[in-house]
Each structure stands twice: as C-alpha cells, then as structure tokens.
Design a binder for this molecule. Sequence first.
Ligand code: 13P
Length: 250
Amino acid sequence: MTMRSKLMLGNWKMNGSLADNASLVSELLAGMAGVHCHAAVCVPTAYLAQLQNLLAGSALELGAQDVSAHESGPFTGEVSAKMLQDFAVRYCIVGHSERRRYHAESDALVATKAQRALAAGITPVVCVGESLAEREAGQTERVVKRQLAAVIHANGHCISEIVVAYEPVWAIGTGLTATPEQAQQVHAVLRAQLQAATAHADRVSILYGGSMSAATSADLLAQPDVDGGLIGAAALKASDFLALLETASR
Ligand code: 13P
C-alpha cells in the first residue's frame, strides 16, 4: 500500500473572466466540506492575483499553467518562476501537450521549465502522453519514457519532488477517456522509470488526464498507480469538479 493521498488539479486552460472566476470559486469553496483530497486550480497567468485572493485560507490551492525556462531578462511575454512565487503558486503545469504542439516545446525545454519551478519551490506537474498515431504504431511507452527521461536527466535527485501527469493526447477534450487498464499500464511504466532514478518514487503522484469525468473517475482512481487527475473541461463547472473531488476523497 502506498501513502499517497489523491491529488486533483483543474486546468482551466484559456478560459475565465474576473466575474466567471469569482462565481466558480465561490461555488467550489461552498462545496468543499466533503472533500479530503488535495486539490488545486491551474489558472491563466492574468488571474493569479485574483485567485490568490479568492483562495486565501481555503483548502483549494493555486496553480499556474506554464513557466518560463529563463530566470529573468529580455523575454517579452514570459513569466518567471519567481513571479509565480509572488502569488503563492503551489503547482505549475509544464509540457502540456497543447504547449508541446502549438508552441513547439521540446522535451529539453520542458525539463528546464521543471527545473525553474523546483528552484522556486513550486511543484512542476510534468505532462507526458502519446498521440493517437503513436499509440496505433505501438510507440506509447517509448514516447512517454522519452518525455520523462529528459526531466529526470535535468533534475537529478529532485525528481521525487515532481508530479507527473499522463495525458494521452487522443483523450484530451475528445470524450475518449483511456480505460483504467490503459492508464494503469502506462502509469506503471512511469513509476518503474522513476524507481530507477530515485529511492522515493513512491512519493511521486502520477495523475491521469484526458476527458476525466465523474462517470469515469472512480475506476481510474482505483488503479494502484493512478494518484489523481488533471482535469480540463470538467474543472470549469463547479458541480462537475466537486463531483470529481468527492470521488477522489473516498
Ligand atoms: P479535458 O479534461 O478537457 O479532456 O482536458 C484534459 C487536460 O488537458 C488537462 O490538462
């Protein structure tokens, strides 16, 4: 048996407004009584200050969706780990498939971003996952191991401080959730890879992401190496997200 308690992260992606965020968070906080898992929302950078205020003193923690690979300087538009620290950010997603795809983020860049977050005391949530073509070509394990290997290589013994999120690209925003068996199979591969790198691999939470819903979450979360979820669409509706948090609290 492991000692990991479940971790559920909402990824708001590029959604929200000052008004919508305020009402979503007030509904969430009003419904947290039965929630005993760890939970956070990863919000657009523009709303970090608002969310820091809204979440102050609550059980819901704050996350960001990306961080610069640079410390500071002439990098127009980028946001550093130190800046995230100013808003008491606890988690930062790195290497989301949307960033790998639309911003050509390489494994090495993602590894550096994880390093920057760790150096600022922020837990990087390292996303890995194969495309449909890669799965069909039988390359799933090779792809996720390559993606994680870069982060392990760059971060040495700090690797036990990261969170990993397995997000099969074909499952994101498609309604095609991986089966519990498919998820567990990949999570076990990732766990073994972490075990080869650190004596504390049991501490690393490995989250599943991709069309996770209240209907699919219980069986996924029951898998031995599925330690929580990274939730997109269902994190934008208070009742949906709360249902997921309740499932993870059982
Ligand atoms: P969906 O839950 O909308 O499929 O998104 C998953 C995701 O990409 C979370 O980072």
